[in-house]
Design a protein around this ligand. Structure first.
Ligand SMILES: Cc1ncc(COP(=O)(O)O)c(C=O)c1O
Length: 395
């Protein structure tokens, strides 16, 4: 069995998660703080605020930036649905922008045609661990006075022109779901350069409280409750998760070296294959390889041809699954999901690259500890299933 990914837990994780249980302090506390400090140092960011997930972190970012009904926020058309949902939470409208099929990320050349007087911000997403092309995104945002919130869910240890993802915009938000390079079960991290926004995010994650429970307990008159100046949420990370975050950070370098080695093996083994377009490589980018996502039969990337490719791709993926090798499509295209398509009257031809990416992408298994032999088995299975499913394309 070769899974799509594998969370890495060892004795150090088992040991550290017992500490909050033994001390009795299991809500947001000193381990969450330590995890924030380590994460900020790794990403070279001044402020890190841990939260219960990337989705809740994105919601906090939208609330901190004052997004309101009637506002429009630009969102790539190929991303996890949470990127668009966080705009809907505020009663605002996500306006989708198609992607660059080479990178799976928002296409900067298409952003400006969607900017209206109601546009307040952009949420570029660093899909699968590859940074969005942030130089033009930031330039456009600055020129139009828009905020930028980076959905950095997948981009742990991913860099663009020497800076970590999540450090370009007003906020950058990461995920620690088990499909990510390091995990706390559920969990997220907000980065920001702005001290006032960091304080605001800390307040919003904690019901709007002016000081945290830990601060209150450590001070004299701990019986006095905090002040509440605004409506906040309970989006705190527990200290059990924070402890796991600390031990995961301690082995992150090894995990990332392993993931990059596995990606390099695929790059080498698939270098001569024309029917798969491999993940984008460019000297400006250090890919984090949250996922190794390929584009199947790129030569057939038209709306007319892609349905047949979709059939063959699914037949291949089903056959591989039967042989114990798990693959996935890259992600989905929110504008084509029922809720968004219905609400905003969107058709496939409005976002053709996102539509095709959903139907033509194949994610290959990738995890720390993956062996040469496992990489070869995946590639051999791809070749074998390509041949046996070729008939699916005949029409
Ligand atoms: C691009 C993107 N944004 C947001 C999320 C949501 O992250 P979480 O599950 O931590 O809320 C994900 C999760 O996979 C994602 O891939």
């Amino acid at each position: 069995m070769i899974p799509i990914t594998r969370a890495i837990f060892d004795e150090s994780d088992l040991a550290i998660i017992q500490e909050p249980l033994k001390s009795g302090w299991v809500v947001q506390g000193r381990f969450v703080k330590e995890f924030e400090d380590r994460f900020a140092a790794m990403a070279r960011a001044p402020h890190a605020v841990a939260v219960s997930s990337c989705t809740t972190g994105l919601h906090i970012a939208m609330a901190a930036l004052g997004v309101k009904p009637g506002d429009e926020v630009l969102v790539p058309a190929f991303t996890w649905v949470a990127t668009a949902n966080c705009v809907e939470y505020m009663g605002a409208k996500p306006v989708f922008v198609d992607i660059d099929p080479r990178t799976f990320n928002i296409d900067p050349a298409q952003i400006e045609r969607y900017i209206t007087p109601r546009t307040v911000g952009i949420i570029p997403v660093h899909m699968f661990g590859l940074s969005a092309d942030m130089a033009p995104v930031m330039e456009i945002a600055q020129r139009h006075g828009l905020f930028v919130v980076e959905d950095a869910a997948c981009s742990f240890d991913a860099w663009y022109q020497g800076a970590h993802t999540g450090t370009f915009g007003d906020f950058g938000v990461f995920s620690f779901h088990p499909r990510k390079a390091i995990t706390t079960g559920e969990g997220g991290m907000i980065l920001t350069r702005d001290a006032a926004q960091a304080t605001h995010a800390r307040t919003l994650r904690d019901h709007g409280a002016s000081r945290s429970d830990l601060e209150r307990h450590e001070q004299k008159y701990s019986f006095l409750l905090a002040e509440y100046h605004e409506v906040g949420f309970n989006y705190r990370m527990t200290d059990i998760q924070g402890a796991l975050g600390v031990s995961q950070m301690a082995k992150a370098e090894w995990i990332m070296a392993e993931r990059r080695a596995a990606a390099a093996r695929y790059d080498a083994l698939l270098a001569d294959v024309e029917w798969l377009r491999l993940p984008f490589r460019h000297p400006d980018y250090v890919h984090g390889y949250q996922s190794y996502v390929t584009w199947f039969r790129p030569e057939d990337a038209t709306l007319e041809a892609c349905d047949a490719v979709f059939e063959q791709r699914n037949a291949m993926m089903a056959a591989m699954e039967e042989n114990g090798i798990v693959t996935r499509q890259g992600t989905h295209a929110p504008p084509h999901l029922h809720y968004y398509a219905q609400k905003y009257g969107i058709r496939p031809e409005d976002y053709p690259n996102a539509y095709m990416a959903e139907r033509m992408s194949i994610t290959l298994p990738l995890y720390a500890g993956m062996t040469d032999e496992e990489s070869r088995q995946v590639v051999d299975a791809l070749h074998a299933e390509l041949a046996s499913t070729a008939g699916a394309l005949a029409g």
